[in-house]
Design a protein around this ligand. Structure first.
Ligand SMILES: [Zn+2]
Length: 255
């Protein structure tokens, strides 16, 4: 069995062919690209068409939002992509972010989040959530508005087990990345401990969120290292964590 990366942004890397080759040598056969802004959708679609094993999701990332909010034509453009010959497998990234240089106000972020959530329910595709430092509000919106039946995942989950439990109760899967390797990431480690295997995913978020001690763009191949740290916490074999995560991804996104 070959492994999939639950979340990455390979299109940023000028040496992406090398990155993919190095990953393949380690048994990583592909991954899911996070959506950033509407203008990037065709690029991500073409990238995945060209690279076997990669799939894309369509969304407007909260950090890429401006104060103009999402374009009026979001839904029309998204439907045309869904009906195209290489459709997205999910909706995202969508969510809230108060930490990583957000350009849009909280109000605009909330509008964009709810609008994309509504769209995900309409087309019933799983969501890829980006939620940083806004958890109370995010949970309130998710509970009030509702998830699509297809549910979804929270990428780069890096919060406390009390929050993990609430998201798990909504039927979301939790994806853990580079932060899981940090010695001082106690809360994240506790969240990994309590996350049932059927709801656990592993991601690199490459080139972002490098594991501890890795200071350059870390690459898809680091999926193995991140999984090894999760395996230590779960007292399991790295390979079993990677197989489980890949199986969970295939189930969630029907790939
Ligand atoms: Zn991302």
């Amino acid at each position: 069995m070959r492994y999939l990366d639950a979340h990455c942004h390979l299109d940023f890397n000028p040496n992406v062919e090398l990155e993919i080759k190095e990953a393949l040598d380690q048994g990583i056969m592909g991954g899911i690209l996070g959506g950033t802004s509407i203008k990037d959708w065709p690029t991500h679609q073409q990238f995945c068409q060209k690279h076997e094993g990669f799939q894309w999701t369509l969304g407007v990332h909260p950090v890429y939002l401006t104060d103009q909010g999402i374009s009026d034509s979001f839904e029309n453009l998204a439907w045309s992509m869904i009906k195209s010959d290489f459709p997205p497998i999910g909706i995202g990234e969508l969510g809230l972010d108060r930490k990583f240089r957000p350009r849009a106000s909280d109000e605009i972020q909330i509008q964009a989040f709810r609008r994309q959530l509504a769209f995900a329910r309409d087309c019933n595709l799983p969501v890829v959530l980006h939620l940083v430092a806004h958890h109370g509000l995010a949970l309130e919106i998710l509970k009030k508005d509702g998830l699509p039946q297809a549910k979804g995942m929270i990428h780069a989950f890096a919060s406390a087990p009390e929050l993990a439990e609430q998201y798990l109760r909504l039927g979301l899967k939790l994806s853990f990345g580079g932060v899981a390797t940090w010695a001082n990431a106690i809360k994240v480690k506790k969240s990994i401990e309590i996350c049932p295997l059927k709801d656990l995913l592993v991601e690199t978020d490459s080139p972002d969120q490098a594991p501890e001690g890795i200071d350059q763009a870390h690459g898809l191949k680091m999926l193995i290292y991140i999984a090894s740290k999760i395996a230590e916490i779960k007292k399991m074999q790295t390979q079993d964590i990677l197989e489980q995560s890949t199986e969970n991804l295939r189930g969630l996104f029907k790939i």
